[in-house]
Design a protein around this ligand. Structure first.
Ligand code: SF4
Ligand code: FES
Length: 246
């Protein structure tokens, strides 16, 4: 393995630059170094003007997502040695506006997420504060996978529908809605229906499945969306039945 590897890093200040450019940096190539370690080496040793986000370095905070050699990835969990001898291209996540260099704006997601009420909705409050809501292991299994989402936005960067349909709620918002819809303690599924069973909700998805392939936490947003399509279609069909048979 060589001692160094070249990172080709996207640089862009939208307020002053006409278009993004690529800048090359040579960083140490160490077996245990992630792409994020290379970026931090650049920031600390070579060029303090490079901007990127990160926090936990352990695949938990979801803030270090970038495009690495064309694919959306958590840079703290993507290792330089896998790209040797390089070079490695590091660009901002696709489908989001660039604020600066590798930092993107996720306002669109933050605006859409509350629409699906990603919290436990109870119709019998204030009982929540007074009682214990028991849940069996199989009931936990129903939604646990979807609760692993870290809001990293890799699925939005991978989604070809979100790229051309900016009104699409998107994979993570729908997966998080399902996380609560499938929770035995939740009573808000019918409230989320108005948002999910729409042209901007699950029906926008053409089931390309790139979101699930890109997800670093095994969430399977594509599966969540298809499952919800079945729920929505079943409810629509039931509405045609006589009231007593629904
Ligand atoms: S579903 Fe997966 S890829 Fe999408 S935001 Fe959540 S953790 Fe990231
Ligand atoms: S730095 Fe937190 S997920 Fe990568």
């Amino acid at each position: 393995m060589p001692d160094t590897i070249t990172l080709q890093v996207a640089r862009y200040r939208p307020d002053t630059d006409a278009a993004p450019t690529m800048q090359e940096y040579v960083v140490p190539l160490r077996q245990e170094w992630a792409v994020l370690d290379g970026l931090n080496y650049i920031k600390d040793q070579l060029d303090g003007t490079l901007s990127f986000r990160w926090s936990c370095r352990m695949g938990i905070c979801g803030s270090c997502g970038m495009t690495v050699d064309g694919d959306p990835a958590l840079t703290c969990g993507t290792f330089l040695a896998d790209y040797a001898p390089g070079p490695v291209r590091v660009e901002p996540l696709a489908n989001f506006p660039v604020i600066r260099d590798l930092v993107v704006g996720i306002d669109d997601f933050m605006r859409k997420l509350p629409k699906v009420k990603p919290w436990l909705v109870r119709e019998d409050e204030p009982g929540v504060a007074d009682v214990e809501f028991l849940q069996t292991p199989p009931q936990l299994d129903e939604y646990q996978q979807y609760s692993m989402c870290i809001n990293c936005m890799l699925c939005y960067a991978a989604c070809p529908v979100y790229a051309i349909e900016p009104d699409f709620l998107g994979p993570a918002a729908i997966a998080l809605a399902q996380r609560y819809n499938l929770d035995s303690r939740d009573q808000g599924a019918h409230q989320r229906m108005d948002v999910l069973a729409t042209a901007e909700g699950v029906w926008a998805c053409t089931y390309v499945g790139e979101c699930t392939s890109a997800c670093p936490k095994g969430v399977d947003p594509a599966g969540a969306i298809q499952r919800y399509k079945l729920t929505a279609a079943t409810r629509t069909l039931r509405s045609f039945l006589p009231r007593g048979e629904r």
